[in-house]
Write a protein that binds this ligand. Structure first.
Ligand SMILES: Cc1ncc(COP(=O)(O)O)c(C=O)c1O
Length: 401
């Protein structure tokens, strides 16, 4: 068998499902209860059950399920009182949603550079970004790797800032004894198709604060009071409810998660040792204090000069041509066209933003600009493969030298 054919059989495809997801969906259809209803008047049972299961799984008191991970951040910020003109510090190295959710609340995202070892927000740079307008921080546990939440919460408490942990990549990640999402005032999650827990689309907010949980619930359910009369809309709200179909799939996927999570963590450690042994390759370092990592993706950086001055694109293409799947890492937010523009939303004062025009230049975000130029990610399903298959990837990378 050729190298390429051999490689083709390498890696599991995502999502992984069986007849239980199919049955769960069919059961929703047959039940005739196609939405969850209200807490006092349940229709379907899946959303309510998933909220309980996910809160328990993530070690939180409350979970509010919503229809995606972007609105999960938005609703948490709204419930925490973030709004017009407030500044919210966000990691520069993330998917656009971490910042677009801030923009949706009419607040102003302020980008924070990253730590070169862990690729997540450098908490030592946060205080330098705080102004009188700063009201919140959105740390992002990129690739499941926890931000140093103990240090970040000290800063937040000192400056009276709210914290929403964007945990879209970090299902099951645990840092210094506590699952991510429980360190801040709220934690948001995504269940979009590529995520390690998925229903194609979906999201959730967790929190340990009772009043905040009720408020998040109300804003996501048209401003209804929990257990109140359905046509009494006591505050502004909208419809961010999760569907019964999403929850039915998630209830099956969450049963499969623990075994997958364990295998990903075991394989990640094995892979890390082997890859870090290659001169010129360095894998994202788990933040010291991390006990479990969600591993949404598996990023590494390379030194071009150790690989004949290969470009990132060429490196990726060589892997892909040999059927080794890769993902591109996110272009840093300051590089996105929308954040070169100072006119994102009508009527908002963006003059304080640390982006827009020349403020968006890479030199203002040196670490993330360098890391992005040399980083490649493997998708998480690669970590569900056998050790022999991971060895194959390691050998292939060595062959590129
Ligand atoms: C870091 C991060 N935050 C938020 C989101 C938004 O989640 P969703 O796609 O479910 O809206 C994503 C999605 O990929 C993400 O990667």
């Amino acid at each position: 068998m050729s190298f390429k054919q051999e490689a083709k059989r390498q890696f599991p495809k995502w999502p992984i499902y069986d007849s239980s997801e199919v049955e769960a969906l069919a059961n929703v259809i047959k039940s005739g209860n196609w939405w969850c209803g209200a807490p006092g008047v349940h229709q379907g049972e899946n959303v309510w059950k998933f909220q309980e299961d996910f809160a328990k799984f993530q070690g939180a008191k409350h979970c509010i399920a919503v229809f995606n991970g972007t609105v999960a951040i938005e609703v948490a910020l709204l419930a925490l009182g973030i709004g017009l003109g407030d500044e919210v510090i966000v990691s520069d190295y993330t998917f656009v949603a971490s910042a677009s959710a801030v923009v949706a609340t009419n607040a102003v995202p302020i980008f924070c550079d990253i730590d070169p070892d862990t690729f997540v927000m450098d908490v030592n740079k946060v205080e330098g970004l705080i102004t009188t307008r700063t009201k919140a921080i959105v740390p992002v546990h990129l690739a499941g790797n926890p931000v140093e939440m103990d240090k970040l919460m000290e800063i937040a408490d000192k400056h009276n800032l709210k914290v929403v942990e964007d945990s879209a990549h970090a299902h099951g990640s645990k840092y210094k004894g506590k699952h991510v999402g429980n360190w801040g005032h709220a934690g948001s999650f995504s269940f979009q198709a590529s995520k390690v827990l998925t229903a194609g689309e979906g999201g959730a907010v967790i929190t340990n604060e009772d009043e905040l949980a009720d408020l998040i619930y109300s804003i996501s359910d048209c401003g209804r009071k929990k257990n109140g009369y359905g046509y009494a809309h006591f505050i502004y709200g909208t419809n961010y409810r999760m569907s019964e179909y999403q929850a039915a799939i998630l209830l099956e996927q969450i049963k499969k998660f623990p075994a997958q999570h364990k295998l990903r963590n075991q394989n990640a450690q094995y892979f890390m040792k082997k890859l870090n042994n290659i001169d010129g390759i360095r894998v994202m370092n788990p933040t010291p204090g991390t006990e479990k990592l969600g591993y949404y993706v598996y990023p590494f950086i390379f030194e071009p000069e150790k690989f004949g001055n290969i470009s990132k694109l060429e490196f990726k293409e060589k892997l892909n041509r040999n059927e080794i799947p890769t993902d591109d890492c996110y272009p840093p937010l300051h590089r996105l066209d929308c954040f070169k523009n100072m006119d994102l939303r009508k009527g908002i004062d963006y003059s304080n933003a640390n982006w827009g025009g020349t403020k968006s230049d890479d030199k203002n975000f040196p670490i993330v600009s360098d890391i992005y130029s040399r980083s490649i990610e493997f998708p998480h399903e690669m970590l569900l493969a056998s050790k022999e298959k991971l060895d194959f990837v390691v050998d292939f990378i060595k062959s590129l030298k």
